[in-house]
Write a protein that binds this ligand. Structure first.
Ligand SMILES: [Zn+2]
Length: 1126
């Protein structure tokens, strides 16, 4: 039975048992009967919900949902002795423990959880599932943010009739199944994250002690700044570079933002100047919970007459509102942003406020000032796609720059971290519907950053109403009040915030790092913890069946972990454990004091239990030698095994039990289809259908076992990462659910073999090293907020949706990407800009509770041409790819393919009909969308969606996983690979990075037309690179780079370039190495000749060419034109 799919958030596929995030939460459902909870915008959800059949009983699922500790009665009595195999037949291991060492009585819970201290009042209000002990409160223990109204769960009435089978831009597929059977709400350290009662922004009573003691807050970077003379700021993170001159301390100084800030002075040594809270000259009373009336003071309060009066809800920091000329700043921007300014011939225009201050009716001039109507920008240049052949830019396309005042844009969020499909947000949903482009956000929230401001503060300033973190896009009404840019509530500035740790002065709240950086990280005070932050806990679950031993992966794994064990992120509390499995489950007692690891075998896989629960996960520091002993002996331990069966499901259940008390990371290595016990699967792939032009079956899971277990894991802060190494079909569509819903990652190495596939071995080694050593966040949640009027409705990525805008991420890793779809619920008439904020609360591997906050600001526009001018073609393609994966599962592959084609037709039709003023023949697109048809065609030919080309089912499903999970930059390479000629690399235009010269060849179109037999070409397809050698390739390249005398002598299975001491070799390796360095995973390299088995894979990426089953790019354009002119 197929019960879940690769569709929106938690799956809304046919017969879906768990339609959406909140549906797992019976309490939430009771509280809001009839509400289409979740992100589906599906009006008839409630009726279906009412008819929902009873969920399956817990008996169906041995580790029932949210029953981390089964009721006593469900515990098996002490298993009969025969079910143990106390002594493994391996001499190097100690005999198994005597029976008495197992849990003594059936009533004794195996998984007693230590009390977490001081939290008994938070016990979830459920009785269905006895809580194992004091745990984290359920998500609904705190009220949802008031800004979310239940009406937002419904379909927007302004939604147009969708063109079947086109995208419904603001809807998601309907949940077809009953609500989830979850009997206990999810748990996790979330409540404080949303609790309006916590972290009040009310200023503490003024106390001189606050000032006479050390500065109340400090900013720390990776290295603590020494006190003393400081350098002037030189970057957007300028506060990190202190100045030399004491700052003006006058709290009443004009508060315009100063791009070149006053240098900072030495720390104050005495008490600060007496600061009386200056009563605001005008404006609403402090703490007013309702948005102020239109007369709210927007400008900064100057002494004397009130500042400028703006119309409705000004949302810009005061400095910008008074700016009449752009600061011709030379402050360095992020390179991507700098490059991103290229597409526009016209610099973004500043806001200009008429001196009198416009009322609501006068806002249009200021909006007009933001628009691009005065002259046609490059983004809107008309391109006839049928005539212009060479549309591909020579360098990778940068993200477009939002049309914001320069000062705002300068501090805006890095597009590599946070970007929108439309950099200009339409004022209304109907305008968005007319544009026929999807509105959504793409995030890479935990990306490794070279520079990340970190703030330690006892008070994290947040909006009292919507809990938004203070950010660069709020406005200060005066020194003591700031207005939230998401809900417009006026908040008090806490006393502590008056101190600027950077300038070490008082009275400059708008210069605090929190309002100078769109990306910032807080070290959270104790109120953000509901239990002591969990330690880093790593459990490795290893397939040791005959098939697994044959692949030889165990050697690589053990060696890699041995090599990197000291680099595992963690601290003195770090714990590790190991489970191996074939037809039985093997535990390893690693308790301190043992002379060698002790293997314990449990053969009763039907009712798995932990033989010695306390000594299977051990402190890494204390037991490192035993761990190392185990890793050294594991590969030989199963060398001669003939056991072919795989009880993966039981092994996962055992691992879940082991990790439940603490949470942590489970890394599962599997090499075959699980075929024994719970979660056993059968092959569903018909190899004869791999090249079918018809619909592809079995894209959805065969069982909900893995999804249910993943939800259990998520509830206990356990994430599962799956490494699949197999030459046979493994049903990734089913197995992948274990990672998808627990916020894990999936790694897939088809045809892995230690001898036959050295390229895969190299990939696996490199990926493992990254995996073991990369940063990790535990027990995380991510909330995405947006300005009132916008609403988020569909999430893409690996996570569990816990409530409307809250993602549960038991682990978060720096390589995970996310996407969300949005709709416009209320007209944004009065707004010049809107903001989006993603806040990621996590526990670092060092046990710190941290919050990483990203805030993105975008302009609001009211004309279709402005919407088109701000279209981000890569982000649009990335989001469409996610939507198409969902559609493939909930509907069909052909439906998804049609929908993607229609997306191109619809947007270009809209452009032609509504934006173009002069009609002309041809297939016309604005320059910013000129690559849209190409990317859509690339998607149609991508492994995920292609038809008529032999594609293994697991390969296809894995490609779909990657589209949903990879950050946009990497997903784009998988959609439209980069092609370079590399036999004639020169240093001209080369980059120089840490004394390495990196040649920069130009990008070529993906067509055999661009190939030449006399040359060599590199195709970078994201996870794999192809180096294609022409038959008559320049002999110099062959000898100087490949080290072979002739074409004929190029080895068949070459996957590594020799390190030759020639300029050509160095250039080529530098370029390939540089490409690899820019992504977190390791792309293998395949050197191919005409005879190579990989030639077909290489040629399939020639997207612009015609194949037997797919149109050429030109034919596709003709097809679009035909449809558009209909
Ligand atoms: Zn707010």
């Amino acid at each position: 039975m197929s019960t879940a799919g690769f569709n929106s958030q938690n799956g809304t596929g046919q017969g879906q048992a768990y339609a959406n995030g909140p549906s797992q939460n019976p309490v939430a459902l009771q509280q809001l009967p009839g509400v289409s909870y979740g992100m589906t915008h599906q009006p008839n959800y409630s009726p279906m919900q009412a008819k929902a059949p009873a969920p399956p009983g817990p008996g169906l699922y041995p580790s029932g949902p949210y029953q981390p500790v089964p009721p006593v009665s469900s515990y098996q009595p002490v298993p009969p002795v025969s079910s143990y195999q106390p002594v493994p037949p391996v001499s190097s291991y100690q005999p198994g423990p005597p029976l008495t060492s197992y849990p003594a009585s059936p009533g004794q819970p195996l998984l007693t959880r230590p009390p977490m201290g001081g939290l008994p009042s938070h016990t979830p209000p459920q009785s269905a599932s006895p809580s194992p002990g004091p745990r984290l409160p359920p998500a609904q223990a705190t009220p949802p943010p008031p800004s979310v109204s239940s009406s937002s769960y419904y379909q927007n009435p302004q939604q147009p009739q969708p063109m079947a089978p086109s995208w419904q831009y603001n809807t998601a597929p309907p949940p077809m199944g009953p609500p989830a059977s979850m009997s206990t709400p999810p748990r996790g350290p979330v409540a404080n994250h949303v609790n309006p009662a916590v972290s009040s922004t009310a200023p503490p009573p003024p106390s001189s002690a606050v000032y006479t003691s050390a500065p109340p807050a400090h900013v720390s970077h990776s290295a603590t700044q020494p006190p003393g003379p400081r350098m002037p700021p030189t970057s957007a993170h300028g506060y990190t570079q202190p100045g030399t001159v004491p700052p003006p301390m006058n709290p009443m100084a004009p508060h315009t933002y100063q791009p070149s800030r006053a240098p900072y002075g030495p720390p104050p040594t005495g008490p600060p100047p007496t600061m009386k809270a200056t009563p605001p000259p005008t404006g609403p009373p402090m703490g007013n919970a309702t948005p102020p009336p239109p007369k709210a003071v927007a400008g900064l309060p100057q002494p004397g007459p009130p500042g400028r009066h703006l119309g409705h809800y000004p949302s810009l920091p005061p400095g910008y509102q008074n700016t009449s000329t752009p600061h011709n700043t030379t402050s360095p921007m992020h390179p991507a942003m700098q490059a991103a300014t290229q597409p526009y011939t016209q610099a973004p225009q500043p806001y200009q406020q008429p001196p009198g201050g416009p009322g609501p009716a006068q806002l249009s001039p200021s909006l007009a000032a933001m628009s691009l109507q005065s002259s046609t920008p490059e983004a809107l240049r008309v391109v006839n796609l049928l005539q212009e052949r060479n549309l591909l830019p020579p360098r990778p396309i940068p993200a477009p720059t939002p049309c914001l005042p320069q000062d705002l844009q300068k501090i805006n969020c890095n597009p590599e971290v946070f970007r929108s499909t439309l950099t200009s947000i339409p004022q209304t949903q109907s305008l968005l519907n007319k544009a026929k482009m999807p509105l959504g956000l793409l995030l890479h929230p935990f990306k490794d950053l070279s520079q990340l401001p970190v703030v330690t503060s006892s008070t994290i300033v947040r909006c009292r109403s919507c809990r938004t973190y203070i950010n660069p896009f709020v406005s200060f009404l005066d020194q003591r009040r700031w207005k939230c840019n998401l809900c417009y509530r006026v908040n008090d500035v806490p006393e502590e915030f008056m101190y600027n740790p950077v300038s070490r002065s008082y009275g400059e709240p708008h210069k605090r790092p929190e309002v100078q950086n769109a990306t910032i990280e807080f070290i959270a005070p104790s109120e953000y913890m509901l239990r002591p932050p969990q330690p880093a806990v790593y459990l490795f679950v290893l397939d040791v069946s005959h098939n697994a031993v044959e692949t030889g992966y165990l050697n690589v794994f053990c060696q890699s972990l041995l090599d990197n064990i000291n680099a595992l992120p963690g601290d003195s509390r770090t714990k590790v454990g190991f489970i191996t499995f074939d037809s039985t489950i093997h535990f390893y007692n690693l308790q301190e004091g043992l002379s060698q690891p002790q293997m314990l075998i449990v053969s009763d896989i039907e009712d798995i239990f932990l033989p010695t629960p306390d000594s299977l996960l051990v402190n890494l520091n204390e037991c490192k030698e035993l761990v190392q002993d185990l890793l050294k002996s594991l590969p030989t331990l199963f060398e001669k095994t003939m056991e072919t069966q795989s009880a993966l499901g039981s092994a996962l259940q055992a691992a879940f039990k082991l990790l439940s008390p603490t949470g942590g990371r489970m890394s599962v290595f599997q090499t075959q289809l699980p075929n024994l016990g719970v979660g056993a699967l059968q092959s569903r792939e018909d190899p004869n259908q791999r090249a079918s032009a018809k619909d592809i079956q079995h894209l959805s899971p065969a069982t909900d076992f893995y999804k249910k277990l993943a939800l259990d894991c998520s509830g206990q802060q356990v994430a599962v990462d799956l490494f699949l190494l197999s030459s046979q079909y493994c049903d990734l569509a089913s197995l992948g659910c274990i990672s998808r819903y627990s916020a894990g990652s999936v790694y897939y190495y088809p045809s892995y073999h230690h001898q036959h596939n050295p390229a895969q071995v190299e990939c696996f080694q490199k990926d493992l090293k990254r995996y073991i050593t990369r940063k990790i966040g535990f027990e995380a949640v991510m909330r995405i907020r947006c300005t009132k009027g916008l609403s988020i409705h569909t999430f893409h990525g690996n996570f569990f949706v816990r409530s409307t805008d809250l993602l549960s991420l038991p682990n978060v890793n720096p390589d995970a990407g996310f996407a969300v779809q949005m709709s416009i619920e209320e007209n944004l008439d009065d707004m010049q800009v809107v903001s989006f904020q993603a806040a990621l609360l996590y526990t670092s591997s060092k046990g710190e509770r941290r919050i990483r906050v990203h805030t993105l600001c975008l302009p609001v526009v009211n004309s279709l041409s402005d919407i088109f001018a701000g279209a981000d073609v890569q982000a649009i393609s990335g989001l469409l790819a996610c939507m198409a994966v969902d559609r493939s599962v909930t509907a069909s592959l052909s439906d998804a393919r049609d929908a993607m084609t229609n997306a191109a037709i619809d947007s270009l039709t809209s452009y032609r009909q509504s934006v173009l003023t002069i009609q002309q023949p041809g297939l016309l697109a604005p320059a910013c969308l000129r690559l849209f048809p190409l990317f859509i065609l690339a998607l149609l030919k991508q492994k995920s969606f292609r038809t008529g080309t032999s594609t293994r089912l697991d390969d296809r499903v894995f490609a779909m996983c990657q589209l949903k999970y990879q950050p946009l930059a990497y997903a784009m390479l998988m959609i439209h690979p980069s092609l370079y000629r590399i036999d004639d690399l020169t240093d001209e235009g080369a980059l120089n990075i840490s004394e390495r010269t990196i040649p920069q060849p130009i990008l070529l179109q993906l067509s055999v037309e661009k190939l030449s037999r006399e040359a060599a070409f590199l195709m970078d397809a994201g996870t794999v690179m192809y180096l294609w050698i022409g038959r008559n390739c320049n002999p110099n390249f062959l000898s100087q780079v490949l080290g072979v005398p002739s074409y004929a002598s190029v080895p068949d299975n070459l996957f590594m370039l020799p390190e030759l001491d020639t300029a050509e070799s160095q250039r080529t390796r530098a370029f390939i190495g540089w490409l690899r360095d820019q992504r977190p995973f390791f792309p293998s390299l395949r050197v191919i000749r005409d005879e190579s088995q990989w030639k077909a894979s290489f040629m399939q990426n020639m997207i612009e060419d015609r194949t037997e089953s797919a149109l050429s790019y030109y034919e596709f354009l003709l097809h679009l034109q035909q449809q558009i002119s209909k």
